[in-house]
Design a protein around this ligand. Structure first.
Ligand code: F6P
Length: 337
C-alpha cells in the first residue's frame, strides 16, 4: 500500500486496519511503499506486518511517508512502477489518497494494474463518498481556533479573519464557520462581494460584538481585484494557495477604518491525532479495502454513504471535485453580519 498527497489524520488507522485484517483472515503479506508514488517509482519500501502497525491508531501523519510525486510526469514512470510491483511479487496495490493520488490510481487501473482506492483528505472534496477521513479532525481544530479568536477579538474590538485550508472547496470553512459562530464565511464556490463583507463587519460592531470572518484559502472576490495566489505549482499543476486572509484584512481596514488581523491556520489543521470519528471512518475504510482486494474489485474505491461503506468506481471519485452546494451555504447566511 501507499499514502500520497497531503497527509491527514487517520492514515495510520487505515494502514493498521488493512494489516490487522489482511494477515490473519486472508493470509496476505504486505509491503509499504514510502513517500507516495515515489515509493514504487524508486523501489522504496518498508515492512508492514502486525508488529509494525502496533500503537499507530492515534498517531497523526503516515508511517509510510507521503509526497506529491506524479509518476505520469516522470519519464518511463508507469513502466518503473510495473517493474517494481513485478519484482516484489505485488498482486494488488491499495492506494490511500485524495484527488491527485487516486487520479494516478485510476489511470494505472485503466492500464491493467490491480488497484483499490481509499479516500483521504482534510478538504472533503472527493466525489463518490459522503465524507473523507481527516476532514472531521481539521474542522475540529479550526472550530477550536475560532472559539478562541472570539474572545480576543472582542477584548480588542478587532476584526479577526481565520484563513482555513480546503483548496478549491469550502467544506472546512463552512463547517467550522457554522460550528464556531462566524459572522462571515467565504468559500471558493461563491465569489464574495467585499462591499457586502464590510457592511457585515460594520453591522456586527454596532451590536457591540467583534466580527470573525472565516475564509477558505481558495475564496475569491467577485471582480478579481484582489491578489489571490502565488504562481508556484506542484507536480499535479495545482497553484499553492494562501494569502487571501491578509488581502481581505487590508481591504477591510482601508474601507471601514477598523483594525483587522489574520490568523492562517495552515498545516496545524492536518497535524496531530485524528478525532474519534476519523479513527472510526479510517478503520472501517481499511477493513473494507482489504475485502475489496480479496474480491478482486480492481478500480474500485471504498466510500461512505450514510453510515454504510460501499464501493464506487475510482473514476467516479476523481472525475469531478465535490464542492459545496450553494443551498448549503445559503443556510449559513442567516448568521452573517
Ligand atoms: O489537500 C490538502 C491540503 O492541505 C489543502 O487544503 C492545501 O491547499 C494543500 O493540501 C497544501 O499542500 P502542501 O502541504 O503541499 O502545501
Amino acid at each position: 500500500m501507499l499514502t500520497g498527497g497531503g497527509d491527514c489524520p487517520g492514515l495510520n488507522a487505515v494502514i493498521r486496519a488493512i494489516v490487522r485484517k489482511g494477515v490473519p483472515e486472508y493470509d496476505y503479506d504486505f509491503v509499504g511503499f514510502r513517500d507516495g508514488w515515489r515509493g514504487p517509482l524508486e523501489g522504496l519500501t518498508m515492512t508492514l506486518d502486525i508488529p509494525a502497525v502496533r500503537g499507530i491508531l492515534p498517531r497523526g501523519g503516515t508511517i509510510l511517508g507521503s509526497s506529491r510525486t506524479n509518476p505520469f510526469s516522470v519519464d518511463g514512470g508507469v513502466e518503473r512502477i510495473r517493474r517494481t510491483l513485478k519484482n516484489l511479487g505485488v498482486h494488488a496495490l491499495v492506494v490511500i489518497g485524495g484527488e491527485d493520488t487516486l487520479g494516478v490510481a485510476t489511470k494505472l487501473h485503466e492500464l491493467g494494474v490491480h488497484v483499490v482506492g481509499v479516500p483521504k483528505t482534510i478538504d472533503n472534496d472527493l466525489s463518490g463518498t459522503d465524507y473523507t477521513f481527516g476532514f472531521d479532525t481539521a474542522v475540529g481544530i479550526a472550530t477550536e481556533a475560532i472559539d478562541r479568536l472570539h474572545t480576543t477579538a472582542e477584548s480588542h474590538h478587532r476584526v479577526l479573519i481565520v484563513e482555513v485550508m480546503g483548496r478549491h472547496a469550502g467544506w472546512i470553512a463552512l463547517h467550522s464557520g457554522l460550528a464556531g459562530g462566524a459572522n462571515v464565511i467565504l468559500i471558493p464556490e461563491i465569489p464574495f462581494d467585499i462591499d457586502k463583507v464590510c457592511a457585515w463587519v460594520e453591522s456586527r460592531f454596532r451590536t457591540q460584538y467583534a466580527p470573525i470572518i472565516v475564509v477558505a484559502e481558495g475564496a475569491a472576490p467577485k471582480d478579481s481585484t484582489m491578489e489571490l495566489a502565488t504562481a508556484e505549482k506542484d507536480a499535479f499543476g495545482h497553484v499553492r494557495l494562501g494569502g487571501i486572509g491578509e488581502s481581505i484584512a487590508r481591504e477591510i481596514e482601508q474601507r471601514t477604518g477598523k483594525e483587522a488581523r489574520t490568523t492562517v491556520l495552515g498545516h496545524v489543521q492536518r497535524g496531530g491525532t485524528p478525532s474519534a470519528r476519523d479513527r472510526w471512518l479510517a478503520t472501517r475504510f481499511g477493513l473494507h479495502a482489504i475485502d475489496a482486494v480479496r474480491d478482486e474489485a480492481w478500480g474500485q474505491m471504498v466510500a461512505l454513504r450514510g453510515t454504510n461503506i460501499v464501493r464506487v468506481p475510482l473514476s467516479e471519485a476523481t472525475d469531478t471535485l465535490k464542492t459545496v452546494d450553494p443551498a448549503l451555504y445559503a443556510e449559513a447566511e442567516v448568521f452573517f453580519g
